[in-house]
Design a protein around this ligand. Structure first.
Ligand code: PLP
Length: 423
């Protein structure tokens, strides 16, 4: 061993040893709580009741043909990679045209592309609220919003009860009482919600929230930020989202639409006014300090929006709603035993179903063994005590597949009921 070897081995391993021990201990604690996450690869020939590919666009021939057409339309030598940050070499006429196309589709003044919904939420929440401002957020808001809020300079973050206009009212009234500047309009108040919640699949009462804010903040210093990740493509006119379904787009300060779910792509756009867009270009670090999406991703977003705006995905939206009604009806026919906790949480038009049980891993594993991919959702992704199996429907699922899944759940319920009675 050389002297320099001795030096590096003498100083370096001690810290990594302790570090690795700490990491392993954290993992073991998760293991003990049955909360350890693992990467998995799905076997072939399984039925997808799990992914967010709600319209089944990822495997749609219409999508594929149009997407490949866009890829083939560019001349030899056209760069597929963006080559840098949007602010340096990563911008293009294609990206700007795509933003205008998406903004028009969503009836928004402007749109700004981010590399993911995560980046969009982090960029918006970390940069836009000003020092001293107030952030009010739904208790089930996505992790990316939490991440953005952590980085934010806003004075205060206050949670309100999930999808509860009364909860928002209570939280806002308390802040108004505490700080007169809120009511006087001297501080901005941001209300951050999702239009469809990723885990529970329920639709937010956006109009009722607007009424609360209009009443309590007459100086018009209330600003809504609505994450439409799970609504994009699935809800609203031609899949434009819940905000447009309600016709309240002019009351929403920022909408975030993501493309990695129903749109078979990747990335996200922030819909906002021109000044806000310009501000984000200057201050959103998750936009500035990252390589912009390359042409293949832009082309796939373009493909999805061309299909949406031509109305080609409407039959898929319709088919998805038929399947939702079918699964909703079939779940109601399940025979349960009093000894096994099993409840279905489902918002009528939503493709996301929650099967609440104390043994979500066992139920998910029984369905997976029968070839139906569903996922157990455990804390910390959801609050303690809210464990569930999440079932997602897609336009490409069939009634037979749904009936098969129901059979699988029934068999598990019967078996668990028998096992519990024996105990
Ligand atoms: C509500 C919500 N917002 C944002 C995101 C992040 O979007 P992306 O996957 O594009 O990063 C997700 C994804 O899980 C989500 O469910």
């Amino acid at each position: 061993m050389s002297a320099s070897d001795k030096e590096t081995r003498g100083t370096a391993p001690a810290a990594p040893g302790r570090l690795i021990d700490a990491l392993s201990e954290a993992l073991s604690r998760r293991e003990t709580r049955s909360a350890r996450r693992r990467l998995t690869i799905l076997p072939q020939e399984t039925v997808d009741f799990s992914s967010n590919d709600f319209l089944s666009l990822a495997t749609s021939p219409a999508y594929r043909t149009r997407f490949l057409g866009h890829l083939n339309s560019v001349p030899e030598g056209f760069p597929f990679a963006s080559g840098g940050s949007r602010l340096l070499d990563g911008n293009s006429a294609y990206a700007e045209d795509l933003e205008r196309f998406v903004a028009d589709f969503h009836r928004a003044p402007t749109a700004l592309l981010f590399n993911s919904g995560f980046d969009a939420n982090v960029g918006v929440l970390s940069s836009i609220p000003q020092p001293g401002d107030l952030l009010l957020y739904d208790e089930l808001i996505h992790a990316s919003v939490h991440e953005g809020m952590r980085l934010s300079r806003a004075g205060k973050r206050v949670m309100f009860a999930h999808s509860s206009p009364q909860g928002l009212r209570g939280a806002l009234e308390a802040q108004i009482k505490e700080d007169p500047k809120v009511h006087q309009g001297a501080k901005n108040v941001f209300v951050v919600i999702e239009s469809i919640y990723s885990m529970d699949g329920d639709v937010a009462p956006i109009k009722e929230f607007i009424e609360v804010v209009d009443e309590l903040l007459p100086q018009q210093n209330g600003y809504f930020i609505v994450d439409e990740a799970h609504a994009t493509g699935v809800f609203g006119p031609r899949g434009a989202g819940v905000v447009q379904e309600l016709g309240v787009q002019d009351r929403i300060f920022i909408r975030v639409h993501t493309f990695g779910k129903a749109l078979a792509s990747h990335g996200a756009m922030v819909l906002c006014g021109p000044e806000t867009r310009d501000y984000l270009i200057n201050y959103a670090r998750s936009l500035i300090y990252t390589t912009a999406l390359g042409f293949p991703f832009l082309a796939s977003i373009r493909t999805a929006y061309e299909l949406l705006s031509a109305g080609e995905t409407q039959p898929l939206q319709g088919q998805l709603q038929r399947l939702i009604r079918h699964l909703h009806g079939r779940l109601a026919t399940l025979r349960t035993s009093p000894s096994v906790l099993f409840e279905v949480d489902h918002f009528p038009t939503s493709p996301i179903f929650s099967l609440r049980t104390s043994q979500p891993r066992q139920l998910a594993s029984a369905c997976q063994q029968d070839g139906y991919i569903v996922r157990a959702i455990m804390p910390p992704t959801i609050p303690e005590g809210k464990e569930r199996v999440r079932v997602c429907l897609h336009a490409g699922n069939t009634e037979q597949e749904i009936d098969g899944l129901i059979q699988s759940i029934q068999s598990w319920l019967d078996l668990s009921g028998k096992q519990m009675t024996k105990l």
